[in-house]
Design a protein around this ligand. Structure first.
Ligand SMILES: Cc1ncc(COP(=O)(O)O)c(C=O)c1O
Length: 338
């Protein structure tokens, strides 16, 4: 249990503990044990890492008696979809500020967010460049109508959100104590690096032995490292957690591809490969890039991350569907020849 002084508000939302699963065929091929922590199973519409962050963010929102959650993201934002799901589950209002105008035909995460009743505000590029102000304007509008807003920045990227991955790391440490492999390395996708920061704190708090390695999928390495360092410092100050930013924040760098703007065929190939060899579906924007980075590292130097590696699957499957055409072309018809 993540504790601090004063006590940290939390609502239980994630289906946890999430399972650990060895990738049998891939491990044999690489000569290294590769495992997955299935944080894509933290829920159905709540799949992924955001629901863990929201346990603490929404805990704080409820402690402040908020009735409206406001957040922002890309049109296929996993965070926006998860906020919409949590709001519907708890009887709150959700307002999502989106980068761009929603397409005529809703799909993937955005379709679910609307299904779950979230209200949308589309932002031009100029508005997106000052998104914090836009979120504040939306919050002011809610207040004017007598509501109480709680603003969640993109990706739940705050120190409070990162506590979700302190809890995930605590859970992993418990699984290891109960017989799961004592992983040498724990690899996680990094957009902001908040989830990685959480695991790094858990390493110090709960005695995880393994190195925690992030794979940046959009930001450059220096920006991720700065963010991780800042968040750990804030956790120490705000929540009195006895943690310190490590001198070295390990990243597998160079796998950002086209960032979050575009999905390349390499990413889709990774999605297809893992689906067909192990029955696990990655998302094309975040986890496929990170997993491709992990595979590349292990192909070039199989023992680089030690004999037992755990990849934290942070979810995001719904953003696969808007790529149905591109993906469909790679899959072919699949008809059996008789
Ligand atoms: C599926 C998925 N994985 C990983 C991340 C990265 O999370 P973080 O911002 O904590 O690095 C995100 C969020 O942006 C995500 O949607």
């Amino acid at each position: 249990m993540v504790t601090g002084a004063p006590p940290i508000p939390r609502v239980e939302l994630a289906h946890a503990p999430t399972p650990l699963l060895q990738l049998e065929r891939l491990s044999e091929e690489l000569g290294v044990e590769v495992w997955v922590k299935r944080d894509d199973l933290t829920g159905l519409v709540e799949t992924g890492n955001k629901i863990r962050k929201l346990e603490f963010l929404v805990g704080e929102a409820l402690a402040e008696r908020a009735d409206t959650l406001i957040t922002c993201g890309t049109l296929q934002s996993n965070c926006c979809r998860t906020v919409a799901a949590v709001a519907a589950r708890l009887g709150l209002r959700a307002i999502l500020a989106l980068k761009g105008a929603p397409p005529a035909e809703l799909d993937g995460n955005l379709l679910l967010a609307r299904l779950l009743g979230a209200e949308l505000r589309s932002c031009t590029d100029a508005e997106w460049a000052r998104i914090d102000e836009v979120l504040e304007e939306l919050a002011a509008g809610v207040r004017r109508r007598g509501g109480t807003p709680y603003v969640i920045p993109e990706s739940g990227a705050t120190v409070t959100g990162a506590l979700g991955y302190v809890a995930c790391g605590e859970e992993l440490a418990q699984q290891i104590r109960h017989g799961a492999p004592d992983f040498d390395t724990i690899v996680i996708t990094a957009f902001s690096g908040g989830s990685q920061a959480g695991l790094l704190m858990a390493k110090q708090l709960y005695g995880l032995r393994g190195d925690v390695v992030g794979v940046p999928i959009a930001w450059e390495a220096a920006r991720v490292r700065d963010y991780v360092t800042r968040i750990i410092g804030e956790a120490r100050r705000r929540y009195a957690l006895p943690v310190e930013a490590p001198a070295e924040i390990r990243l597998l760098d160079g796998y950002q591809g086209a960032g979050r703007g575009e999905v390349r065929t390499e990413e889709l190939d990774t999605v297809v490969r893992l689906a067909r060899t192990e029955g696990i579906v990655l998302d094309p924007v975040y986890t496929a890039k990170a997993f491709a980075g992990l595979l590349d590292r292990l192909h070039r130097e199989p023992q680089a991350l030690g004999p037992r590696v755990c990849f934290v699957h942070t979810g995001g499957v719904f953003s696969l569907f808007p790529f149905r055409r591109l993906l469909g072309r790679r899959l072919g018809g699949g008809l059996v020849e008789s």
